[in-house]
Design a protein around this ligand. Structure first.
Ligand code: AMP
Length: 560
């Protein structure tokens, strides 16, 4: 495991003078040392400084503000006479709120009696959250719009109690439609409070926010690369025609060249369903994330993915959501004209799957469709190799997407001056045998099938979402039973497509991908004693290699 920069510098959480209860919680999380952003931001925040920090997701930025917040509240409460809401965390979307909330709960786990935290971002009635706020939790989390609504409903008052304000993912606050509410909120804050802005970029929106809420801030532009270093993140690209994307994804998954938790990104909601329906026919279960699904379902899917229930998420990242929803409006107009999908569910402008959401232990990011901007590439790929973990990113690039790849390659250059994204080398001819099956499966994925699946899934998820809200609140154990990767088109699943016949497996992979008999080999070898060492080490080496970077195991020298 690569050492973090702080480990090299020798910075420790203990050296920051944190409360024993906080240190204990961090130890329980297994965090041996602060990340770079934590090393820089925590001491400044504890001193009471206003901070503007540029920190990429995955850098540990949530804890960079959550640790000092918890620490300061613990200190304040030693002398405070009454309970009050002292900290407000504004986050641009409900998903990000619930993620930050989880982080704070983990950090305050060993002082949960002293620190009360409430996430009021949910979609329930304001009045349902009123009792929660009446208890004046120490920390309140929510989207700017939701917090303003609570203040206007007199469920929350911060005028006399607010001491710390955090705005997380600050660069998304305005583009997610919270600008007016954010400005209105300011009149409900006291004159003096400490403020921290966390942002992936220092965009114009962030500069505006900075002027609105920060006083003499210290700006932290950490000398971190935009993505994890090449020793932790391997990046590959495959140039191919559109049809081959489907052939590739099927063979890579079936030949187990993609292993571990994987996020497959596509550029539209329809492509999400197309890919799910296609993979379903090979009995590859996937769950979907897109802006049409209800927020409760989305949070539940991410939680279940993080706990290891699913291996593959197909996520649509509709770029318009990051451009102020321009394409949303265009699509809506189209729908009104009756040309588009007749799907009633509205897209959620706060949905942003490649930003901020903490997908944990993701081994691979696959760009099935190439992202439409460099920024988007970085955000997507940043879903893997998080914290201190290793990860692989593989992008499929068709002819129309070559320019987009060129832009990213120009931006992401290694120390040796060559692009960080390497060609993924293999012979397409080796997987020709799979083409018939792929074509067969593609034929079943008609426009009608996609439309039906989209409507069916949304209906199902709206139903799930209601269940999630009511029943599962009282029965958390049953939550795990609710699955989101069910088959959408059962009639088209052929059992004969489930398995790969031996003759289709490329020669180079026969015996190199672990099979049941292979895995048993060391046991047999152990029985006679001889050759144990040789055999075990070869199998172990192979296993380690594929686990470390499964995509590398399919490296052929080929025409590509
Ligand atoms: P964030 O950038 O806040 O989304 O955090 C990314 C991931 O890093 C989360 O899964 C955290 O649990 C993890 N993390 C945060 N701080 C540390 C640390 N000091 N050591 C190891 N992992 C951490």
């Amino acid at each position: 495991m690569a050492a973090s920069k702080s480990e090299i510098n020798g910075a420790t959480f203990r050296g920051m003078g944190l409360d024993d209860r906080v240190l204990k919680a961090l130890a329980k999380l297994g965090w041996s040392s602060p990340t770079l952003i934590q090393e820089k931001a925590i001491p400044l925040a504890l001193e009471g400084k206003d901070i503007l920090a540029r920190a990429r997701t995955g850098s540990g930025k949530t804890a960079a503000y959550a640790i000092p917040l918890v620490q300061k509240i613990l200190t304040l409460k030693e002398t405070a006479r009454e309970q009050a809401t002292r900290a407000l965390i504004l986050v641009p979307s409900r998903e990000l709120c619930s993620q930050a909330f989880k982080n704070i709960q983990e950090i305050s786990k060993c002082c949960s009696k002293e620190i009360k935290c409430a996430d009021v971002s949910g979609q329930v009635d304001l009045s349902a959250q009123r009792p929660l706020l009446m208890e004046r939790p120490d920390i309140v989390l929510g989207t700017p719009s939701r917090i303003l609504a609570h203040i206007q409903a007199k469920n929350l008052s911060l005028q006399n109690s607010l001491e710390m304000l955090v705005i997380d993912e600050a660069d998304l606050v305005f583009s997610f439609g919270h600008e007016a509410d954010m400005r209105a909120l300011l009149s409900h804050f006291p004159k003096i409070y400490q403020a921290i802005l966390m942002s992936a970029t220092l965009s114009e929106d962030v500069k505006t926010l900075k002027k609105l809420v920060l006083h003499n801030p210290i700006t932290l532009k950490l000398a971190e690369s935009q993505l994890p270093e090449a020793d932790r993140l391997s990046q590959y690209q495959v140039r191919c025609i559109e049809e081959d994307k489907y052939l590739l994804i099927y063979t890579l998954l079936k030949l187990k060249l993609i292993r571990g938790k994987t996020i497959i990104f596509v550029n539209s909601i329809d492509r999400c369903y197309r890919l799910k329906l296609y993979l379903e026919q090979f009995s590859v279960p996937v769950c979907l994330l897109n802006s049409e699904l209800p927020v409760n379902s989305r949070c539940h899917i991410v939680n279940q993915f993080n706990t290891g229930l699913y291996d593959i998420i197909v996520a649509s990242e509709e770029s318009s959501l990051f451009d102020g929803g321009k394409r949303d409006e265009a699509e809506e107009r189209k729908e009104k004209k009756g040309k588009g999908q007749k799907v009633k569910q509205k897209k959620d402008k706060e949905y942003g799957v490649s930003r901020g959401i903490d997908f944990q232990n993701v081994s691979n990011v696959i760009n099935f469709d190439f992202p439409e901007s460099v920024k988007s590439y970085i955000h997507r790929v940043g879903r893997t190799a998080r914290g201190e973990k290793m990860g692989t990113a593989l992008s499929f690039v068709n002819e129309q997407e070559q320019d987009l790849l060129d832009n990213v390659e120009q931006e992401l250059i290694g120390d040796d001056g060559t692009p960080l994204i390497k060609p993924y080398q293999f012979k397409m001819s080796e997987i020709e045998g799979f083409r018939y099956r792929a074509k067969d499966a593609m034929r079943a994925v008609t426009k009608v099938a996609v439309r039906e699946a989209r409507v069916k899934e949304i209906k199902q998820e709206i139903f799930n979402s209601k269940k999630l809200k009511a029943y599962f609140e009282d029965n958390p154990r049953d939550l795990q039973l609710l699955r989101h990767d069910k088959i959408l088109h059962p009639a088209k699943v052929h059992s004969d497509l489930k398995n790969v016949p031996e003759y289709l497996v490329p020669k180079a992979l026969r015996g190199t991908i672990p099979t049941t008999s292979r895995r048993k080999a060391p046991k047999r070898a152990a029985a006679d004693g001889k050759g144990v060492q040789k055999r075990e080490s070869r199998v172990a080496k192979m296993k380690r290699k594929t686990e470390e970077d499964p995509l590398q195991s399919f490296k052929y020298k080929g025409k590509n």
